[in-house]
Design a protein around this ligand. Sequence first.
Ligand SMILES: NC(=O)c1ccc[n+]([C@@H]2O[C@H](COP(=O)([O-])OP(=O)(O)OC[C@H]3O[C@@H](n4cnc5c(N)ncnc54)[C@H](OP(=O)(O)O)[C@@H]3O)[C@@H](O)[C@H]2O)c1
Length: 329
Amino acid sequence: MKVAVVGATGLVGSVMLKVLAERNFPVTELIPVASAKSAGKEVDFKGKKYKVVTVDDAIAMKPDVALFSAGGSTSLEQAPRFAEAGTVVIDNSSAWRMDPTKKLVVPEVNANVITKEDKIIANPNCSTIQMVVALKPLHEKYKIKRVVVSTYQSVTGTGKKAVDQLMNERNGIEGAKAYPYTIDLNVIPHIDVFQDNGYTKEEMKMIYETKKIMGDDSIRVTATTVRIPVMGGHSESVNIEFENDFDLAEVRSLLEQQEGLIVVDDPANLKYPMPMDAHEKDEVLVGRIRRDESQPNTLNLWVVADNLRKGAATNAVQIAEYMKKNGLL
Ligand SMILES: NC(=O)c1ccc[n+]([C@@H]2O[C@H](COP(=O)([O-])OP(=O)(O)OC[C@H]3O[C@@H](n4cnc5c(N)ncnc54)[C@H](OP(=O)(O)O)[C@@H]3O)[C@@H](O)[C@H]2O)c1
């Protein structure tokens, strides 16, 4: 397959190249794409060097699939141009996620919604992806009423500039800032822009996207999203209230059987998921599984994943894999 990676010089794009190679996606021709200023630069793929091209050049090459991670405005402008040329676009930005005509997909949860007519498919927000992988088997069994989530998000979620800010601050170097405040040795309860209701856009994404992916508008969600000076992945404290009561051993077993999820939960031996462990892994890790003793039918979980992998690149490549396997690509 001819595969374009739009945003190939960025944090997510470079992980996409790695994931495509690791999973042996059948790439016969790779087309790395970035902004005009990067045209001519080289990226590595499976030990070979490829020249970065512009969007216009890439469209003319008529790729079968384009994995986009180049920001919302680039997606809004360029994804339809690729789609018109017959390319299937899998987009990592927030541009198309809540468009009712576009599918929002986490393959382990709702790959079945994709049809041959879908030419632009949206990859959900990183924090939402890892949470819904854990919620899915529990919703099927006990029916979720309400979710209260607080996130502890890696600086890699903001892109290259944020990683540079953290490392510069750590090394006492003056440089460009991705955040309005110092991030090293700090915690910033603000991800994406504030909305009129006092929530941030990241928080509202978690609320709306969870309902859309789970296909159930009755699930009530409230979120507080927080940036912390960490690189390996995002962590989440997730409190879930169910319609029906549950058995803790059965909850554990359901989570163990869920595809894409690894249970790391052995407090006696100090085993619980951490971003250091999730880093470079494609799976979501879940632990600290315990009953919320303050009210009935309620569970607490701790969910961790590499936001550049399952939260972005891996999920996008898995969508492409599913489409290829099912003759949709
Ligand atoms: N980081 C995450 O955890 C994460 C998770 C899910 C989704 N996303 C989304 O993925 C996207 C990229 O994130 P990132 O963290 O990889 O950012 P990043 O490191 O800043 O990379 C941005 C990439 O987009 C390219 N680009 C910018 N403007 C472009 C244009 N007009 N045409 C073509 N390419 C253009 C850049 O090329 P140049 O190098 O030439 O500037 C670069 O390759 C964003 O939409 C973000 O919301 C990120």
